[in-house]
Write a protein that binds this ligand. Structure first.
Ligand code: NIG
Ligand code: FE
Length: 423
């Protein structure tokens, strides 16, 4: 199958020579082509350029049927990459949300057995099928808002059996969904009730039992730890990351959401692909990230929902760092996977320019989930994941008109995406 999108008002985030990420001042650069075409074949982008350079000769080389789409007045963007989510979960936690409105902190709710442990209890009794169907619906909605790639974490199981159950659900989503999906093993998300007061034993269980079993079924690309005040220490994080690396999983961790936890430093030490949250980051953390291969990732949905401090994104960009933004879609701290909203929050709350925020949810977040060679921009050979907007006046309109869906049509792996029921 081939698709030709013609008369595109603006083809956004094109790359002749693909980069792995954009950092510092480069984050202000978005290359676009006005009055453009885009040609895809099977799963991939094969050609793009100005309409005046388009000739029917290009089509004659394609053997299969070509579907033509006229995008007059509309823009085309590469699909967003959401590099941090927890979308396999059971039920919802709006009661805690009301508790938060009444003044309880995230840590206080966690201490009462709410938070992650509440989700763990619900997940335990949910069947694989129920979890799959609910996550499938979430993916449907995320795709309709422009997301084409998603990293999904385990971490609401917290026993060997239930962590494996979550990861098998993610595997099944990966097999059936047209989105690009990567899996992250987050056994160290919280200490389960059964191990209360015996945190070391739980860490040992993760290291000696969970990681080898996850690896034996090749269920995870990444290893994650919630390295923060009241959760896992730097020392525990190191032990877990070392074992994960030994079993072929690259670190990608939760750090510095609740305090100066040392999580950024330990992430960089073990060459994490990304360190995420980062509300508490100062000079030391910024210096540590410079000259590393680790993507600093901010989750404005969680900071907004929890009413937290906003991390020093501007300082980091001004220091020359790249930044990625992701949704953190989860039932406790960010119950939304709408990346258009994340784009707006990036601009409004972190004072990112629209171009910076757009790089942060495309090429940089692609890097943060290890797929910047196949996604995150419009480039020849990359996967044909893109969307056509409704008629909109400018790139800036996308974050500006927050709260509404500016997308008319979505394409994933070179096919028009319609809501898929019973995936
Ligand atoms: O990324 N910070 C840790 N974990 C999740 C929250 C999960 C939950 O509350 O269920 C997060 O925000
Ligand atoms: Fe998270």
């Amino acid at each position: 199958m081939a698709i030709l999108v013609k008369n595109i008002k603006k083809l956004v985030q094109v790359e002749e020579k693909p980069v792995v990420w954009r950092a510092g001042k480069e984050m202000r650069k978005i290359y676009s082509i006005e009055d453009a075409f885009l040609l895809t074949k099977e799963e991939k982008i094969i050609e793009f350029g100005k309409m005046c350079d388009f000739s029917l000769e290009k089509l004659s080389k394609i053997k299969e049927k070509v579907t033509e789409i006229d995008a007059t007045g509309r823009m085309v963007f590469p699909s967003f990459c959401d590099s941090h989510t927890h979308i396999v979960f059971a039920g919802s936690r709006e009661i805690e949300y009301v508790d938060k409105i009444k003044g309880l902190s995230y840590e206080e709710i966690a201490k009462r057995g709410g938070g992650i442990l509440n989700s763990a209890q619900r997940l335990k009794i949910a069947s694989e099928e129920e979890l799959y169907d609910a996550a499938w619906e979430r993916l449907n909605e995320m795709a309709s808002f422009g997301t084409g790639a998603v990293e999904i974490k385990s971490g609401y199981g917290l026993t060997t059996e239930t962590e494996l159950k979550m990861l098998r659900v993610i595997r099944k989503l990966q097999e059936n969904s047209p989105l690009i999906i990567r899996a992250n093993f987050l056994g160290a998300h919280a200490v389960p009730l059964a191990f209360k007061g015996k945190q070391q034993e739980y860490v040992d269980l993760i290291i000696n039992e969970m990681i080898p079993m996850v690896a034996a079924e090749e269920l995870a690309d990444f290893i994650d730890v919630f390295c923060d005040k009241g959760f896992f220490t730097v020392n525990e994080t190191e032990r877990i990351l070392m074992q994960g690396i030994k079993y072929g999983m690259r670190p990608k961790i939760h750090a510095n959401e609740l305090g100066y936890s040392g999580g950024i430093q330990v992430g960089v030490k073990y060459n994490a692909l990304s360190v995420d949250h980062l509300e508490y980051s100062g000079e030391e953390e910024i210096n540590c990230l410079l000259n590393s291969e680790t993507m600093p990732t901010f989750l404005p949905g969680a900071a907004f929902f929890l009413g937290m401090v906003y991390g020093p994104v501007r300082k980091m960009i001004d220091a020359g760092l790249p930044i990625a933004l992701a949704s953190d879609y989860n039932p406790g701290s960010s119950p939304s996977g709408n990346m258009q909203l994340i784009l707006s929050l990036g601009c409004i709350k972190y004072k990112m320019l629209p171009e910076e925020a757009l790089n942060a949810i495309t090429i940089n977040s692609a890097y943060a989930m290890g797929i910047s060679d196949i996604a995150g921009s419009i480039a020849k050979g990359k996967i044909a994941n893109f969307f056509i907007t409704k008629p909109i006046p400018s790139i800036e309109f996308l974050p500006y008109a927050f709260g509404s869906n500016k997308i008319e049509m979505v394409f994933l792996k070179g096919k028009k995406y319609e809501k898929i029921i019973n995936g």
